[in-house]
Design a protein around this ligand. Structure first.
Ligand code: BGC
Length: 816
C-alpha cells in the first residue's frame, strides 16, 4: 500500500520542481569544490569558536562559502550568550496574528545575526495531536490553517534578516515517547489535510531548509523517506533548498541521500559522544558523485537565496536591538495570553483591588519563562511578577509560595545509608568529582504522599526504591528534573510516593560527576548531591499558609505552572506537584481567586468552577512578568485565543486509545484520521473544558450581517464571506472572529463538523465596528481524495459559521 502510494503520487508529478533550479553561480561553485570540500558541507563538525549553538559547518572560505552556525530555536536564539527569550510559539499562535509572527521571526533573525549565527533551527510546525506531548509549547497548535498562517510569516521575518529558516520536524513528529523509533502510521488524506499543510505553507513562503524528524512515517524513517523528501517536498512542492537530519536522526548513507537528505547533523560536531557519521568522508567514498553534487547544490542554493554567498552586511550588535526585541516579546506575550474565565469582571484589578492582593505560588517568584529542551533560551533578562507588579502599580502584595519545591533534606532519623549519616553534600560539603553509590533504608515517620527529591549539581544521580528505578536527575532528556532548579542551583528530580509510617524501604542512590552523555567532561567543581523530601505535614503547612494569606486579602492571585519539555511527554494533564490542591484550598478561602497559568499547552482544572478568573499566559518569555502585571492591572488586555482545545479529561482526547498514543509494538496508528483537536471533540460530541478559539476580552463584541457570495474567477470558484464585528463594551479591545466551514449534507468522505477557514485579529475602540471580508479559494473548499491521490472538490452547498470559538458560532450562512 505504502509503495503504491509513493509511486502513484510521484507519477502524478503535480508540480515538478525544475531540474534547473540551481543558479549558474551554484553550478559554478559545485564545479570548483574539491571532493573533501563538498563532503565538509554535508555533515556537521566542531565549531572552533564554540559559541554554544547546536550545529556548525566550516564553509569553504576560498570560494566565498562562509562558515555556518546552526542555532535553535523556536522561542529565541539558543547559544551560550543570553538572547531575548520570546514567548513560546504556542503564545504566538494564540495571538492569531500573522503580523506578530513576522515580528517574532524578525527578532529571531536579527538576534541570530547578532549572535554570529546563520541558520535558525526553527520554526517547528508539527500539529498538536496528543494533548500531553512534551513539545506542544514549541509549535502552533492543532489547526493546519492557523499553523500555516503563522509559520509563513515567521519564516519571512527570519529570512528577511538574512538567516535561513528551518522548518521542522518533517513530518508526523507529534510526541516525544519513543520518538527515535516510533512509526507513525498515517493515511494519505490525514497527512494531506492535517499534518502537511503548514509545511507546505512554509516552503511556499521560501523556507531555505527542512529538518527531517526522528520518527518513521508509514514504515520508513523520515530522514530517508522518499515519499516525504522527494515526492512531496521536491516534486510536488518544488522545494529547491536542503534537508538536514534532526540531531542523530540519520540512519543510513545511500538510502538517505537517495531519498533526499542532504546534511547529517550534528555529524561529529557534538564532541566524541555522537554516533559515527553516515555522511562523513568514509561513508561517502562509495557514493556516486552526482548524489553528492546534488546535496551540495541544494545547500548552496539556500545560502544564495538569503544572501549568504554575497558580501555580508555587518552584523548588528545585540545591545542595539535588545530593547526593541524586548518590546516585541512583551507585546506578543500580551497578544497571546488568553483570558479563559472572568466572572463578574473580576479582572482587571482596579486601583483599590490592587491595595489588597495575596500573591501565591512559586511561579510568581521564579517565573516559568520558557519550556525545556532545545527550545530553552538563556534570557537576556528576567523579572518576577512581584517586582513587576510593585514597579507598575506600587502594590506591595504579600507573597507565599504555597508549595515547597526544594523540599527539606531527608533527616537521619528516616534515612539509614551505608557509609554516610545523611545525603546532603551541598556547597563546600560537595564531593570529589567521582562515582558514588549509597544503599540503605528509607522509613517514613507518618502515612501519606511524600515528594521525594533527588538533587544534583555537576553530575547525574539516580535513586531506586525497593529495586525499582524511581528518580533520574541531571539527565539531558527524559529524567525527572523540574525545569526549575532549587534555590541553591541544583537540578531537582522529583517523584511522589505513598509511604506507610514505620515501613522500611530499600533505597539505593548513585551519583556520578560529569555531563549526561558518556564521555562528556565533568564541569569544574565539586559534585553536589542531596536527597530531600516534602512530607505530608510540610505540604499541609504550606497550603495553610497560603489559605491564611488568601483570607486576609481582597483578591488571591495564584500563579501555577506546568513543565513542557522536549524529550518526554507529560504523564497527565494535571498541574504538577501540589498545585491543584493549593488552588482548590485558596479558592475555598477567597471567592476572588484569580489563577494565572504558565503552561505549555492544555491542563485540566478541577478547581475551575470555584475560581473567579483564569488567565493563560503560556510560557511567556522574559517579559512575561511585566506583561502579566500590565494585563492584571488593566493597562493591557489579554488578546489571545486558544490554538488548542483544553479537554475536561485526558480520556476525552482523540489520542486516548493506546494504539494511537503512545502506540503498540512500535507503531502509533493515527486512526482518528482528520479528527484531531476540535474536529474530534465536535465529531464525538464531547464538551471540552475550553474550546479551540476561545478567549475573553475586557470588553464585549457582537457579530452581524453575514453575507456569502460565489465569485467565478479565472483561478476557479471563490466564496467571499463578509460580516460585521462591533465593540459594544466600554473599553478598546481585540476581537478575533473566526470562520468555520461545515460539511455538506452528503459528504464524499467523513468531514469535520466545523473546520477553520479564516480569522482576523481586529482592534476596536468602544462603539467601533468593522466589516471583515475573507475569500475562500478552491483549496479551502476541497478534500484530499485517497482514490485519486489528489485534491478534489466537495460537491454541494456547505454551512459557513462565524463566531468567537469553535463552539460559539452565532452566525450561519451557506456556500452556493
Ligand atoms: C531537536 C531539534 C533541535 C536539535 C538541535 C533535537 O533534539 O529535536 O528540534 O533543533 O535537537 O538542538
Amino acid at each position: 500500500m505504502k509503495n503504491r502510494f509513493y509511486l502513484t503520487a510521484a507519477l502524478l508529478g503535480v508540480l515538478c520542481a525544475s531540474a534547473h533550479a540551481q543558479s549558474e553561480r551554484v553550478q559554478r561553485l559545485v564545479g570548483q569544490l574539491t571532493q573533501d570540500e563538498k563532503i565538509s558541507l554535508l555533515s556537521g563538525s566542531r565549531d572552533p569558536k564554540n559559541l554554544g549553538q547546536a550545529g556548525y559547518l566550516p564553509g569553504v572560505p576560498r570560494l566565498g562559502i562562509p562558515e555556518l552556525r546552526l542555532t535553535d530555536g523556536p522561542a529565541g536564539v539558543r547559544v551560550a550568550h543570553p538572547a531575548t527569550a520570546l514567548p513560546a510559539p504556542v503564545a504566538l499562535a494564540a495571538s492569531f496574528s500573522p503580523t506578530l509572527a513576522r515580528r517574532y521571526g524578525q527578532v529571531l533573525g536579527r538576534e541570530g545575526r547578532a549572535l554570529e549565527q546563520d541558520i535558525l533551527l526553527s520554526p517547528m510546525t508539527n500539529i498538536v495531536r496528543v494533548p500531553q506531548a512534551g513539545r506542544n509549547f514549541e509549535t502552533f497548535g492543532e489547526d493546519p490553517l492557523l499553523a500555516s498562517k503563522i509559520v509563513e510569516e515567521e519564516i519571512r521575518g527570519i529570512q528577511s534578516e538574512g538567516l535561513i529558516a528551518t522548518i521542522k520536524h518533517f513530518a508526523a513528529n507529534n510526541f516525544e515517547r519513543d520518538r527515535n523509533t516510533i512509526d507513525a502510521i498515517v493515511d494519505e488524506r490525514t497527512l494531506r489535510e492535517i499534518y502537511l499543510p503548514a509545511f507546505q505553507a512554509a516552503i511556499q513562503a521560501g523556507a531555505g531548509s527542512v529538518m527531517g524528524s526522528y520518527n518513521r512515517l508509514n514504515g520508513t524513517f523520515a530522514c530517508e523517506n522518499p515519499f516525504l523528501l522527494d515526492t512531496v517536498l521536491r516534486q510536488e512542492w518544488g522545494f529547491t533548498g536542503f534537508v538536514m537530519s534532526d540531531w542523530f536522526a540519520t540512519h543510513s548513507t545511500g538510502p538517505a541521500l537517495t531519498a533526499g537528505l542532504d546534511m547529517e547533523m550534528p555529524g561529529s560536531g557534538m564532541g566524541n559522544f555522537g554516533p559515527p557519521s553516515f555522511f562523513g568522508a568514509k561513508a561517502l567514498a562509495s557514493v556516486p558523485a552526482e548524489q553528492i553534487d546534488r546535496a551540495v547544490a541544494r545547500i548552496l542554493t539556500s545560502l544564495e537565496a538569503v544572501g549568504l554567498l554575497d558580501k555580508q552586511k555587518p552584523r548588528p550588535s545585540l545591545e542595539s536591538i535588545a530593547e526593541g526585541d524586548a518590546k516585541a516579546a512583551r507585546e506578543i506575550a500580551i497578544a497571546g495570553s488568553v483570558l479563559l474565565k472572568n466572572e463578574k469582571n473580576c479582572l482587571p484589578l482596579s486601583k483599590s483591588d490592587l491595595q489588597s492582593v495575596a500573591v501565591i505560588g512559586s511561579a510568581a517568584k521564579t517565573p516559568m519563562i520558557g519550556g525545556g529542551g532545545s527550545a530553552s533560551v538563556v534570557p537576556l533578562r528576567s523579572e518576577n511578577f512581584l517586582t513587576a507588579l510593585a514597579r507598575r502599580t506600587g502594590s506591595a502584595a504579600s507573597y507565599v509560595s504555597g508549595t515547597d519545591l526544594d523540599g527539606q533534606p531527608v533527616p537521619a532519623s528516616a534515612l539509614k545509608l551505608d557509609g554516610t549519616e545523611s545525603l546532603n553534600f551541598v556547597g563546600d560539603k560537595g564531593l570529589k568529582p567521582e562515582k558514588y553509590t549509597w544503599s540503605g533504608t528509607l522509613t517514613a515517620p507518618s502515612d501519606g504522599t511524600y515528594a521525594l527529591k533527588l538533587q544534583v549539581k555537576r553530575g547525574t544521580a539516580r535513586l531506586t526504591l525497593d529495586g525499582k528505578p524511581l528518580i533520574a536527575t541531571g539527565m539531558f532528556f527524559g529524567g525527572n528534573d523540574s525545569l526549575l532548579p532549587t534555590n541553591d542551583g541544583l537540578k531537582n528530580g522529583s517523584v511522589a510516593v505513598t509511604l506507610k509510617a514505620g515501613e522500611a524501604h530499600q533505597v539505593t542512590i548513585t551519583a556520578s560527576a560529569g555531563g549526561p552523555f558518556p564521555g562528556m567532561p565533568a564541569p569544574d567543581g565539586l559534585l553536589e548531591v542531596r536527597l530531600a523530601w516534602v512530607t505530608p505535614e510540610r505540604r499541609a503547612e504550606k497550603i495553610n499558609e497560603a489559605v491564611s494569606a488568601a483570607k486576609k486579602a481582597r483578591t488571591a492571585l495564584v500563579f501555577a505552572y506546568d513543565e513542557g519539555t522536549e524529550g518526554s511527554d507529560r504523564e497527565s494533564l494535571g498541574l504538577p506537584g501540589d498545585q491543584d490542591a493549593l488552588i482548590a484550598a485558596v479558592a475555598a478561602a477567597n471567592p476572588r481567586t484569580v489563577v494565572v497559568l504558565s503552561t505549555g499547552s492544555c491542563v485540566t482544572m478541577p478547581w475551575l468552577s470555584k475560581v473567579a478568573a483564569a488567565l493563560e499566559t503560556w510560557f511567556p518569555g522574559q517579559e512575561g512578568a511585566d506583561a502579566t502585571a500590565a494585563m492584571l492591572s488593566g493597562e493591557a488586555e489579554p488578546g489571545g485565543r486558544l490554538p488548542v482545545t483544553f479537554p475536561q479529561r485526558l480520556e476525552d482526547a482523540p489520542t486516548a486509545p493506546e494504539a494511537r498514543y503512545p502506540g503498540v509494538g512500535g507503531k502509533a496508528v493515527y486512526s482518528e484520521g482528520i479528527f484531531v483537536g476540535y474536529r474530534h471533540y465536535d465529531q464525538e460530541k464531547v464538551r471540552p473544558l475550553f474550546p479551540f478559539g476561545h478567549g475573553l476580552s475586557y470588553t464585549r463584541f457582537t457579530l452581524s450581517g453575514l453575507k456569502t457570495e460565489t465569485l467565478a474567477t479565472k483561478a476557479g470558484r471563490k466564496t467571499r464571506i463578509s460580516f460585521i464585528v462591533k465593540n459594544v463594551g466600554k473599553r478598546a479591545g481585540v476581537a478575533i472572529p473566526q470562520v468555520y466551514l461545515g460539511a455538506p449534507d452528503t459528504p464524499p468522505v467523513p468531514m469535520a463538523t466545523n473546520a477553520l477557514v479564516g480569522f482576523e485579529r481586529v482592534s476596536l475602540e468602544p462603539g467601533e465596528s468593522r466589516t471583515v471580508t475573507l475569500t475562500l479559494g478552491d483549496s479551502a473548499l476541497s478534500y484530499w481524495s485517497a482514490e485519486k491521490h489528489a485534491w478534489a472538490a466537495v460537491p454541494g452547498s456547505r454551512p459557513i459559521r462565524v463566531g468567537f470559538s469553535s463552539r460559539d458560532l452565532p452566525l450561519t450562512g451557506r456556500t452556493q
